[in-house]
Design a protein around this ligand. Sequence first.
Ligand SMILES: [Zn+2]
Length: 455
Amino acid sequence: MGHIEKKYWNMDMEPELNTPKMRQLQFKKLQEALIWQYENTPYNRKRFETAGVKPQDIRSFEDFAEALPAAGQDEIRGVIAEVGFDMNKIMTHIFGEKRMKDLYLLTTTSGTTGIPTPYPNFRGSLADAREIMSRAAWRMGLRPGDRIGLCFGLSMHAAGTPQILWFQDYPGITMVPIGAEAGTEKILQFMKLFNVNVFSGTPSLALHLIEKCPEILMHPIKDLGIRILMLGAEPGAGIPEVRKRLEDEYGAKVFDLGGGYGCSCDYPVYQGMHWLADDYAYYELIDPETKKPVPMEQGATGIMVGTSLHPEAAVWFDMRFTMMDIHQVFTEPCPCGFSGFRYKIIGRADDMLKVKGVPVYPAAIEGVIHSFPEQLTGAFRIVLDEPPPRVVPPLKIKIEHGENIREDGLPALEKHIQERMHKLLKVKPAITWLKPNTLEREVKKTLLLEKTYEK
Ligand SMILES: [Zn+2]
């Protein structure tokens, strides 16, 4: 048709991501945001008062990091201790009355680490999400006519119900909310029935559907005609072996979405997720132990901390807030040619295991397991005899072998897995073999740890 597609959804803003000009705009917005927080949210006002500073005292990003310690789940527990366990009081204290009057949609994060965290979506948040997610959708190649099968837990996650509202501004997209709660059989049947061609859900569910599809629909998953997988909530899609397996089995492109406002690109080697929202949120890294700022340099690692530059719409990346995710950043231009610095999710600060002082994340173990798609089912558990993070070596792992592996082949396979883990993760685990389909399959977040000390 002689029609040339625009490169970005937002041709004004996206070329400016991760530039000095953007940093100036961010600082101007940050100053306004801090005044707004001080005036409108009791919780953040108190953080200023505790630090003995006023928003006007903050004259640089360095001042900002210095003055206000990052806050996360632990600080929220402190709020609960102070105001009591009354969700309305807690939210009003944290977000302020002004925003609470504008509360439109209330979901929760999955609460794997304790109390479910409310995930309030204000009308303003949804407007911001529509812009940010449209940027992501355009880059991932979603186009008019696409149908998204929404297979995250609908009530239990930030990417659940809110996602139904993300693409309202995006022409020609149809949402089909199915929900992880529907279970494997219905998920597969609905995707086929309604000609879903974009899957949105966790990587573990996407992997599980590969195994189940031939049984339920009597054909391989490839025949569903899914052309894009938008994955999130777990770092699986960023693991090269997982991405390759999903791309091969579905015949689709695989993208990572989330852990902040970003998505991966389709460069053949995974480059992390491009951060798409410099004009909406300010991104920082801090050291897991000292909590001091980590400079944003190529390859730097730290706990991700976010601050909204549009506080009336902010959900959780409100003011130096952290979900305790460990990120690694790449600030040099991506070979794919798109703008935005990139981040990889390495794990969660509170999931970290230390084997003889070496940090190991369950997600990294998962990556190695999934790099043996022919020999292993992909299901495994890390067995912990003592509360983490410290693990007395060897690290114990139970692994399911595949259907086509004979018992006398196991010792050689075991050696092969141990060598790969040693090379990539610097640990040499003790492996216990399980028959295929011994472990319970989780439709939602996979629980990778078996804690014997809790039994
Ligand atoms: Zn890229």
